[in-house]
Design a protein around this ligand. Structure first.
Ligand code: ARG
Length: 485
């Protein structure tokens, strides 16, 4: 039971009254509309566990430097651990009248343990407290995202293996350009997403310093040990400048940029698959479980998952821009605008997490029709570069070869002939340098396998790059600088 004096310390956020945190300074009650308008519980309740972790470290340090007693610490630790349980079990129903998760936890602690709880906020401001909790939260989320991205990367490697021998058209300007191995195509997305993995690591590294102890903006007159709290919370050390610590949001923009780059990549992948699975292209088939039907047209099988993923990518960009705009022109140091930083950031993490997992699962079930893939080349025109390069190897200057082959292509188009089925006499009319040894080259398989330049589409090169990809993926997954503890 708390004494009468102690009861006065128990904060109340409900009903009328001045917010307990600053009740000394104010004569008038906070307007209810202002309470509703300024509360951020809908944004920051997910930080509860991280806030408690931060408070446990802060309390331990306060005791170590002699600001609170060992008895205080025992009570605070017991109280905070109970609150942690209440949060996890859903028993803790936060009070929006107490503005945010941080004040709710502190109020609950003081309600539980009295004056010891009221000592917890010594040398701390919500400005450094929020920044710390957000960093802890982001580190957790990014580690989960790393696993999801790792799953997608593994699936892309597997698809590349499965479809190594499948030949499909490669496009520029969405016009057939040259034949490629579908295995090579999947690897192109693999490398893009692996670079996003490096961006994720960069974002994680941006979060390596601990804001706690920066205070409201200028540090504290209390003998806080910032190195100790940083260590306790698994940070590399404390941040260097207290003003910068509470004012900056670029470490959050690094996290945003990881999400954005990922979104731009998944969006292009989705767009491709939507095209390849259309009737007109038709050589890719999406798994039924990941498609939807039409309420009216019985024949429809729609790629809604891919379209939604593409659609959600715009939101990711919008929310990145939102935070960039927010900090541009904001005077140093903390301004309340910054409370809104979490809205877009957390949403981007959620979107990225859900798209990565659903896309990864969809890819596992993608089927291809190799015959339809090759059929797309019936007119053989995608082999035109092969003919030009054949001539280059016989000493014809490339520009001249380009023109000669161009004329041959023109003739094929006008006469509805396929480049693949021409006889050598027909070819020689346009290209006197051509000999019998050109004919075996007018074949899509040969065309793919002859592109043996490093990083090219020959199956030999695709195999080599996949091996390199496997190595790079496991190195990334086990990067000791960014441990997945
Ligand atoms: N809920 C606020 C946030 O998330 C807490 C910070 C308030 N700080 C202040 N100086 N008013 O940013």
């Amino acid at each position: 039971m708390l004494s009468r004096r102690e009861m006065r310390l128990v904060p109340r956020g409900d009903g009328a009254g001045v917010m307990f945190l600053w009740k000394g300074r104010f004569k008038a009650d906070t307007d209810q509309r202002v309470r509703d308008f300024t509360q951020s519980l809908d944004l920051d309740w997910c930080l509860a566990e991280d806030d408690i972790r931060g408070s446990l470290a802060h309390a331990k340090m306060l005791c170590e430097v002699g600001i609170i007693t060992r008895e205080d610490l025992v009570l605070i630790e017991r109280g905070l651990n109970e609150i942690l349980e209440e949060v996890r079990s859903g028993q803790f129903v936060p009070d929006p009248g107490l503005e945010d998760v941080h004040m709710n936890v502190e109020a609950r602690l003081t309600a539980k343990v009295g004056p010891s709880g009221a000592k917890l906020h010594s040398g701390r401001s919500r400005n450094d407290q929020v920044a710390t909790a957000v960093r802890l939260y982001l580190r957790r989320r990014l580690k989960d995202l790393k696993l999801s991205l790792g799953g997608l990367l593994k699936n892309l490697l597997e698809l590349s293996r499965r479809h190594e021998d499948v030949i499909v058209p490669g496009y520029t300007h969405l016009q057939q350009a040259q034949p490629i191995s579908l295995g090579h195509y999947w690897m192109s997305h693999f490398w893009a997403f692996l670079r996003d993995g490096e961006r994720l690591d960069f974002a994680l590294r941006s979060l390596r310093l601990c804001p706690l102890g920066a205070g409201a903006l200028a540090g504290s007159t209390l003998p806080l040990d910032r190195f100790m709290t940083a260590r306790e919370l698994g940070f590399e050390g404390p941040t260097e400048n207290s003003l910068d610590t509470v004012a900056q949001r670029d470490v959050l923009l690094d996290v945003h940029y990881f999400c954005l780059s990922c979104a731009l990549h998944w969006s292009r992948l989705c767009e491709d698959l939507i095209i390849y699975a259309s009737r007109e292209f038709g050589w890719m088939d999406l798994p039924d479980q990941f498609c939807t039907g039409s309420s009216m047209m019985p024949q429809k099988k729609n790629p809604d998952v891919l379209e939604l993923s593409r659609g959600k990518a715009s939101g990711v960009l919008g929310r990145f821009v939102d935070l960039a705009c927010m900090v541009k022109g904001l005077p140093l140091t903390y301004n309340r605008d910054l409370q809104e930083d979490k809205r877009g950031l957390f949403e981007n993490l959620n979107v990225t997490q859900s798209v990565l997992s659903v896309l990864s699962a969809l890819l596992e079930g993608v089927q291809v029709d190799p015959d339809r893939g090759v059929k797309a080349f019936e007119d053989g025109l995608a082999l035109a570069t092969d003919v030009a390069e054949y001539l280059v190897m016989r000493g014809v200057p490339f520009r001249e070869a380009h023109e000669k082959v161009g004329k041959l292509v023109r003739w094929c188009v006008d006469n509805q002939r396929s480049l693949r089925t021409l006889g050598i006499e027909e070819i020689s009319r346009f290209i006197p340098e051509a000999a019998e040894d050109l004919l075996p080259l007018l074949d899509v398989k040969a065309s793919v396998d002859r592109r043996t330049t490093y990083g090219g589409t020959s199956r030999e090169q695709v195999r080599r790059q996949r091996e390199e990809g496997e190595r790079r993926l496991s190195a990334w997954l086990s990067d000791s600088e960014v441990p997945l503890d």
